[in-house]
Design a protein. Structure first.
Length: 503
């Protein structure tokens, strides 16, 4: 319930990275990758006399309902719909959020089943049912990320108040309270960049005046950039120059930072699995041709520590245990209680900048005379040590020039078209590293990444922006590419032929 307590509206994102949306027919509910639409927002109502149960109302003023209608005859799952029940005590519109790591399961009080985001082929694809997952392969289908969202000022307050007052359980006091909040100011406590936490819990205060930091993991080891200029590990030697990470602030994103290693490479949340069959993915040092969301981290404060979250909801994690996990660093969402603390990092500031980084250039602290640059540091997150001569020499090397980046395959950036065959350019691009040259091979790789079947990989015409399917070979020389993945259910190659675009 803590994810809903302060939220007036939320978006729910499934394991397929799709959002729960209300259908235009004001009855159906489905999944869509377009989370920016109004149909993806659900107003939160609390049930009187039961602090553990909520109701969720769509933009059409209808409630998310665990119906008794079978999704398919002979199958266990039943439809989740939008309805307006006759009585406010109808258990079909009540859901109990159950925390599971950083996600929730929504259990219906009507039968005790869980809301499930289905995958696979049609008619299961993008459907929503309530069911109990029977196999290990579908246990993640009932997990949802919760993103608290603002009610846009551009939308009419009257629409929201009318929507909320359509059910008798909403008291006049609640409407007055909501009206006062909306008329006074927007919901400043929530940001779509930091969906689960209020702005008071941001960890940016630990980085605000920092030019360089060290990050100390749960196991007392420091985040280290390896000499191969690619891998990232943990080590107890925090005095090494490899433990120093330069802080960069992202323009127009006050709660986001980038971290650069002593080799002038960015800390990157890659798409490469750490071990096949495991959920964690590698964290690397990279020098991308274009700074994208893979090198951006959101600090979230937890006591005296921070969690560093990627734009896709995973956290920088310092792993323990036996090799190959020992000393490794991945990004993941820990689901077990024993690993919850593995995403906590202590921040040691090793170089400060006097002025605000968004207004004036940084002023460097003069180096101390002794060579043991970190020996006298405090372990406090706000502690500051002086810059050593080793760092000065390293910076000179970086500024004089650096070795060219290692090329190992090409970077493919991709959007996924929605069910109507449209592409939302406001959404972040995903990316992967691809070593082949054939379109068929790239298609299979993108199907693995997206979980979709029978997709068409398309490129955009630079002249008119229209989509056209890629042919047999990709451009040479490992050039970075931007493509669009078109699911078979939304726009097929036959549709392209009708539009006059050659296959």
């Amino acid at each position: 319930m803590d994810l809903f307590n302060k939220a007036k509206a939320v978006k729910l994102r499934s394991h397929l990275d799709k959002y729960l949306v209300a259908g235009d027919d004001q009855e159906s509910v489905r999944q869509s990758r377009n989370g920016s639409t109004r149909k993806a927002r659900w107003l939160v109502e609390f049930v009187e006399g039961n602090s553990h149960v909520i109701r969720l109302k769509s933009c059409h003023g209808r409630y998310l309902t665990a119906s008794d209608v079978p999704f398919l005859l002979g199958m266990t799952g039943k439809k989740v719909l939008q309805t307006v029940p006759e009585t406010k005590s109808d258990p079909r519109i009540e859901w109990e959020p159950i925390r599971d790591g950083f996600q929730v399961r929504l259990r219906s009080t009507h039968g005790g089943k869980y809301m499930r985001a289905n995958g696979g082929t049609v008619p299961w694809r993008n459907s929503i049912t309530h069911d109990s997952p029977m196999t290990s392969g579908t246990k993640n289908w009932v997990l949802w990320d919760v993103e608290a969202v603002e009610i846009p000022e551009s939308e009419s307050l009257t629409d929201y108040l009318t929507s909320m007052s359509s059910f008798s359980s909403v008291s006049d006091d609640m409407l007055d309270s909501l009206s006062g909040d909306l008329l006074g100011s927007p919901m400043s406590n929530f940001s779509t960049k930091s969906p689960r936490f209020s702005s008071r819990q941001t960890g940016m205060d630990l980085f605000h005046n920092a030019k360089a930091v060290r990050l100390r993991g749960h196991h007392g080891k420091y985040l280290l950039a390896e000499e191969d200029e690619e891998s990232v590990t943990q080590d107890r030697n925090g005095s090494s120059k490899n433990a120093r990470w330069t802080v960069e602030f992202v323009p127009n994103s006050p709660n986001i930072i980038r971290l650069k290693s002593c080799y002038n490479r960015y800390l990157t949340a890659s798409n490469q699995p750490f071990l096949l069959g495991m959920t964690g993915r590698k964290v690397l040092q990279t020098r991308p041709q274009r700074l994208d969301s893979s090198v951006e981290w959101e600090p979230i404060k937890e006591g005296h520590h921070v969690k560093l979250k990627t734009r896709y909801g995973q956290f920088l994690r310092a792993n323990g245990g036996l090799p190959p996990w020992r000393n490794s660093v991945t990004h993941d969402i820990p689901h077990r209680t024993a690993t919850q603390d593995w995403v906590f990092w202590g921040v040691d500031v090793v170089e400060i900048q006097v002025q605000s980084p968004t207004h004036k250039p940084p002023v460097e602290v003069p180096p101390v005379t002794h060579s043991d640059s970190f020996a006298s540091e405090s372990s406090s997150p706000s502690s500051v040590s002086m810059k050593s001569a080793t760092f000065s020499r390293q910076e000179s090397t970086d500024s004089a020039g650096s070795s060219p980046p290692k090329v190992d395959g090409r970077t493919i950036y991709y959007h996924v078209a929605d069910d109507d065959g449209e592409v939302d350019d406001a959404m972040e691009e995903h990316f992967l590293t691809f070593k082949g040259n054939g379109v068929d091979e790239l298609t299979r790789k993108l199907e693995e990444e997206t979980g979709l079947d029978n997709v068409t990989v398309c490129s955009r015409s630079p002249l008119n922006g229209k989509l056209y399917p890629l042919r047999l070979q990709l451009p040479p020389n490992n050039t970075t590419m931007h493509v669009v993945v078109v699911p078979s259910a939304s726009k097929t190659p036959r549709d392209f032929a009708k539009s006059g675009i050659p296959l």
